[in-house]
Structures are given as structure tokens and as C-alpha cells.
Design a protein around this ligand. Structure first.
Ligand code: ADP
Ligand code: ZN
Ligand code: ZN
Length: 646
């Protein structure tokens, strides 16, 4: 008899597939089946791989995100367990539970500030009750949230519990991991990140499963790590959109973490300097507790944020003369500068000034970005690359021009303007080799005066004590976007980037260059801070019954022509209206990125005031999936609680 949670091989047509046993039931001999049942092939595991709670969580997730359970289970299993290869003897041994060794809390080297102490005690009080509510720890950047995490974890380890810590991107925040390893020097910590090999990942998974790993740190998929003695979950940077999986099984790591904690009845802490509107709303309605850290330890003060109208100036690689002057004086004081620009490459457009030709991607509805270093044109959406033409392909004009700027151009301009100082660029192109990012971060942490240029890779978690000036470029498109989440994301990004300045004992300054200096929400953010800004956004969401005051699902379709994609969505829209005519339906419309990798994309946003009614309508739709016209040539998907509306 196979056990629940064991893998089996199953014949499917001419193939043999791997299955995970979800239930074992005796078949009544008189039951009629709509399809022929076949016996399972081989039983691959003699010990169940995951525990019952793990299966329960994934079954819940499959129902909630309306995604096939098989794909959900497989995406949550390490790659090495998705095959029909039985575990090696060595790995099998790892499945056996290891005895729990209680860890004595480490002596604390840092004295907590009064504010931190108060915050820690409050959280611990909240967590001691029978049914703990999630806690939102809202602490400004640099307020010492990590220190709170460490001290919440210590007593749990002493109790023999495991702790799960979910972070947006580990590669970008090696400091966080280092602090955990230093603080818990005698504790077995596993770190799940994308650079692990399949074997390493399997080992980490098994060690979490058998209880040897006491602290598990990982990105969003770590929420699926089995941990039989789990006693606390921490989600760091809970607002971060990379916690949402954007393809296939589109789950939200934070939301599933909250669900998992609720199922296990254990505490969960969501930490951030810029809470998501969802979490703020949950605080307003009393579902979450809320605690604030308003100060930075020691002498560190939050930076002053200043809006600069860039319209009167002639810009040099996007930088205004006052910004360049500010860079000059900062470097003269032997301090560091960061120029933030969320676009890699040299220039986002290459065109011909005489006939108007533009280098656009053949497969997508976008311009290609010119990368000067490699002298190639690259599509940032499908990855297509080509050599830069030496003349205009349409009128043979040899003088092509670029427009706009990316990090490469800013880097070059700064090198020319400030030849006596290093310019360090950090983006996906400049950090692709192993160790490159760590080297660059080490250079910055040496505290010598320099200019750092980079994309959002710089926004997260880094602590640069000698960085005192941040210049933010090119945010205008977000201010003007019609994606209702764009302003929330922009506000979070600005506060996070600004938070890199003035971390130690030196005051920081942040200059926000924009051609939209009168934008009311920008003023709200700069003048009054993130919370009033977020409250105002919440008011607007409320007026439209948009999340978190309502529930959304985004139905995406793509096909060889736009017409086919729109037609299918139109049909779906009618079906949804028939099953519940109170549903809000926005669209179908062509997606903001109309064509990607040769497929035309369209979308339909569906909203409901109640979650249950929306989800029921979607369930009915899926039940009719086989009858949808044209479905053979159109790919479509449902994204529950969408975060990215492109
Ligand atoms: P956050 O995660 O809130 O951005 P961190 O936990 O990274 O903040 O702390 C920011 C900096 O302040 C770190 O360098 C950290 O070592 C330091 N720090 C935190 N708590 C204290 C404290 N009580 N006393 C002195 N320094 C502290
Ligand atoms: Zn031309
Ligand atoms: Zn493309």
C-alpha cells in the first residue's frame, strides 16, 4: 500500500509519470467511474516525503489560486523529487527525524534601544496568546528590524522550535544572512536561494523536513519548505512584489505564509519600512497587530527628501546641474553618492533622426535598448539581441541617435565628470558573473568616496554607512501610469532607495529629479511621509472598490493575433457575467505590453466585492474550460490577487 505523501509512478497513456499520493481510499466495487482506473506502478518512497500539514497547505493553495494540484505540488517540491528516481540510501536516512537539540540563546552583543525593547516586548506579548494574530512591524529603514527578528527567534530555538524567514531576494542581501550566521553561530541554518544546485536544494529540504535545520531562510518558494517543529514565520520586506510568483502557479509568498501560520496556529511577523496597502488595511480592520519603529539607533537620522523640478535645466545623462553640484560637494567631503535609475543599458531607444526609423523588437511591441559596452541591441522583454546597425536600415543615414538613459550612460557620464573617483555600477548586466556583486558591495562598504549607479538591486536592505547623497532619476512614467498599483510601488521604492542614505552618524540627503514636481501624491510622500501617502492611496482604492476593498483576478490571454486573444476573453467575460452579474469587469483590452515574444496579449480584470463570489464565478468558468471556443490556439490563465498588471 502506498502511503500518503509518498511518490509513485503512474502509467498515463504511453508515458510513465510521477505522482504524489494525496489520499488512499478503498474502492467500492460497484462504483461507476467516468474513466478507466489503472493500478499505480512502482511505489517510489517508503517514507512519506512531506507531512500532513504540508499537503494541507498545498491543497489549500491549489484551491485558492485555482491552479491544478499536480502543478502546485510539483512546483513546491525540490526538482530532485519531481522525478521517478527513488531517493538514495543517504538521502533516505536524511528523512528520518533527528532529535531536537534546544539552543541556548546567544549572548547579545548589541544593546537594544528603548524603542526596540518596547517593540520586542509588545510583539512577544501578542505572540503568547492562544491564537496569535499576525504582527506588522513597520520600522523605518535602518530602524533595526533585523535586530528584533534575531531576538524573537532566539527563545523559540531554545524551545526546540524551527523558524522560517522569507526574504525577497537573498543574493541581494548577503548582509542579512551574515547577521543571522553571526548571531546564531551554533545553530544549523539552511539558506534556500536560486544559486543552489538540485542536490543542495534537496539536502536543505530534507534537513528542514527532518528538523536538523533550525532556521530556514529563503525566497518566496521557501514558504513551502516542510518544517515539522515550525514555531514562527518572519516575512521581511512584506510589501515587495517579488514575493509574488508571476508565472505558472501564481501564489503570493507572504499571503501563503500568513495562511500557513494560521493553519499551524503559530505567530507570524511581517516586517517592512513601507507596508503594502493590504497589510495596512488588515491593521485597520483589526486582523493584524501593528507596531512601529520610528527612530534609527544611535545618531543616524532619516534623510531629508527634496523634489527637484528638472524642467528648467539642460540635463547631462539625465542629471541636472544642481544634482551634479551636490555630487561634487559630497565627494569633496569624502562621502559616497548613489544615483538610482531603474533602467539598465545605455539608452532605451536608438533611432534615425532623418527618417524616424526606430530599433524595435521584432517579437515584442517595444523598442530595443542599446547596450554600449557590448554594442548590441537587446529587448528587455523577450531577451532577443542583435548587432547594432552601422547605418539606418531604412534610409542608410550613418548617424543614428539615442534617446533617454540607462545606467551605462549615467556611469559613463559620471566617469567623465569625476575622473578621480571610482564609479561603481550595480545592475543585472554588471553583476552576472559569480562573486561580482559581492566584490562591488565590498568596494562600497570600504567607505572610500565613490559614486554608485544602479537599478532597484540597490533599493533593498543594503547598509552603506558612508553614503550620504541619493539622486533618483526618471520616475515620471510611474507618476503618469494608469496601473493602479504603480503609485504604491513607486512610493515604496522611493522610500526604500532614500533609506540607503545617512545610515550612520552622517545626515543624508535625497534629491528626486522629476518633470512632474506638482504631483499631489509625490508632495504627500515627501512632505508627510509614507503612512499618510498610503492612507490617501487607500482612500482612492476604497472609492473604486479596488483591493484591498474588493478582490481582483486578472485573466490573461495570448495568441497569434490580438483578435483571437480578445475574442476568447470576451467570451469569458460573458460567461462570468452570466454566473454573477455583480462582478466588475474591466476589459478585455490589449495588455500594456501588447506583443511579447511573438504573441499578442490581452487581459480582462475581474473584480468582486466579496472574495467568495469572485472565486465561485472563476471556479464555474474553469469547469467549462473544455467548452471555450478557440481555446486550442489561445493560451489563457487566471491570476488571483494580481500584483503585476502588465
Ligand atoms: P532595518 O532592517 O530596520 O533597515 P537594520 O536591522 O539593518 O535596520 O539596522 C540598521 C543598522 O543599525 C545596522 O547597522 C544595525 O547593526 C544597527 N543597529 C540596529 N540596532 C541597533 C542598536 N540597538 N544599537 C546600535 N546599532 C543598532
Ligand atoms: Zn533613416
Ligand atoms: Zn522582444
Amino acid at each position: 500500500m502506498p502511503m500518503v505523501g509518498a511518490r509513485v509512478s503512474v502509467p498515463l497513456g504511453k508515458q510513465t509519470c510521477v505522482g504524489l499520493v494525496l489520499a488512499v481510499e478503498a474502492l467500492a466495487t460497484d462504483t461507476e467511474h467516468t474513466f478507466a482506473l489503472k493500478p499505480v506502478g512502482e511505489i517510489l518512497d517508503t517514507t512519506p516525503l512531506p507531512d500532513a500539514h504540508w499537503l494541507e497547505l498545498l491543497e489549500w493553495a491549489a484551491r485558492y489560486y485555482q491552479h491544478p494540484i499536480g502543478e502546485v505540488l510539483f512546483s513546491a517540491l525540490p526538482v530532485a523529487l519531481r522525478s521517478s528516481k527513488p531517493l538514495s540510501k543517504r538521502m533516505q536516512k536524511r528523512l528520518a527525524a533527528t532529535p531536537v537539540v534546544a539552543q541556548t540563546p546567544p549572548p547579545s552583543s548589541l544593546a537594544l534601544t528603548m524603542e526596540q525593547q518596547h517593540c520586542l516586548q509588545t510583539i512577544q506579548q501578542w505572540q503568547r496568546v492562544d491564537t496569535p494574530r499576525p504582527v506588522l512591524l513597520h520600522g523605518i529603514t535602518g530602524s533595526g528590524k533585523t535586530e528584533i527578528y534575531l531576538r524573537l527567534i532566539a527563545p523559540l530555538l531554545a524551545d526546540g522550535k524551527q523558524v522560517l524567514v522569507i526574504v525577497p531576494e537573498i543574493g541581494l542581501t548577503p548582509q542579512l544572512l551574515a547577521r543571522f550566521q553571526q548571531f546564531f553561530a551554533d545553530t544549523y541554518i539552511v539558506c534556500l536561494h536560486s544559486a543552489l544546485s538540485d542536490g543542495e536544494r534537496l539536502q536543505a529540504w530534507l534537513e528542514a523536513r527532518n528538523g536538523k535545520a533550525r532556521i530556514i531562510i529563503g525566497t518566496r518558494s521557501a514558504v513551502f519548505t516542510p518544517a515539522p517543529q515550525l514555531g514562527l514565520i518572519i516575512v521581511d520586506e512584506e510589501h515587495d512584489s517579488s514575493l509574488k510568483q508571476q508565472e505558472g502557479f501564481r501564489y503570493h509568498g507572504r499571503d501563503l505564509a500568513v495562511k500557513r501560520a494560521q493553519m499551524l496556529n503559530i505567530p507570524i511577523l511581517l516586517g517592512t519600512a513601507t507596508p503594502s496597502l493590504e497589510s495596512l488595511y488588515n491593521v485597520q480592520t483589526g486582523r493584524y497587530h501593528h507596531t512601529l519603529l520610528k527612530q534609527r539607533p544611535g545618531a543616524a537620522r532619516p534623510p531629508g527628501l527634496q523634489i527637484q523640478d528638472s524642467r528648467p535645466f539642460t540635463l547631462d545623462a539625465g542629471l541636472s546641474p544642481p544634482s551634479l553640484q551636490a555630487i561634487r560637494t559630497t565627494l569633496a567631503r569624502s562621502e559616497q553618492v548613489m544615483v538610482f535609475l531603474n533602467r539598465r543599458g545605455f539608452a532605451p531607444a536608438l533611432f534615425c533622426p532623418s527618417c524616424g526609423w526606430q530599433a524595435s523588437c521584432q517579437h515584442c511591441s517595444v523598442n530595443m535598448t542599446w547596450h554600449a559596452r557590448r554594442n548590441r541591441l537587446v529587448c528587455h522583454h523577450c531577451g532577443a539581441e542583435q548587432a547594432t546597425p552601422s547605418q539606418c536600415p531604412s534610409c542608410h543615414n550613418p548617424k543614428l541617435t539615442t534617446q533617454g538613459q540607462g545606467t551605462e550612460r549615467v556611469e559613463l557620464a559620471l566617469q567623465t565628470l569625476f575622473p578621480h573617483f571610482p564609479v561603481v555600477r550595480i545592475d543585472r548586466d554588471s553583476t552576472s558573473r559569480k562573486g561580482e556583486l559581492a566584490d562591488k558591495l565590498a568596494t562600497v562598504r570600504s567607505n572610500e568616496p565613490l559614486v554608485l549607479v544602479g537599478t532597484q538591486m540597490l533599493a533593498k536592505g543594503h547598509d552603506f554607512p558612508n553614503l550620504t547623497l541619493v539622486i533618483i532619476l526618471d520616475i515620471d512614467h510611474s507618476l503618469l501610469s494608469n496601473d493602479y498599483r504603480a503609485l504604491e510601488k513607486l512610493g515604496q521604492l522611493l522610500v526604500q532607495v532614500a533609506g540607503r542614505a545617512g545610515r550612520a552618524d552622517k545626515p543624508g540627503q535625497v534629491i528626486l529629479q522629476t518633470s512632474q514636481p506638482e504631483h499631489p501624491l509625490l508632495h504627500q510622500l515627501v512632505g508627510h511621509g509614507y503612512t499618510p501617502f498610503a492612507r490617501q492611496l487607500l482612500e482612492e482604492r476604497k472609492r473604486w472598490h479596488f483591493p484591498p476593498y474588493g478582490y481582483h483576478a486578472l485573466i490573461r490571454a495570448s495568441a497569434g493575433t490580438m483578435e483571437k486573444a480578445l475574442k476568447l476573453l470576451d467570451h469569458i467575460s460573458h460567461l462570468l457575467a452570466n454566473s454573477d452579474n455583480n462582478l466588475q469587469r474591466l476589459g478585455p483590452i490589449p495588455a500594456p505590453l501588447e506583443k511579447k515574444a511573438n504573441r499578442y496579449r490581452a487581459q480582462l480584470l475581474v473584480g468582486g466585492k466579496q472574495r467568495a463570489t469572485l472565486h465561485n464565478a472563476l471556479r464555474q468558468l474553469l469547469a467549462h474550460e473544455n467548452k471555450l471556443p478557440g481555446r486550442s490556439s489561445v493560451r489563457w490563465s487566471i491570476d488571483i490577487d494580481p500584483v503585476d498588471l502588465t
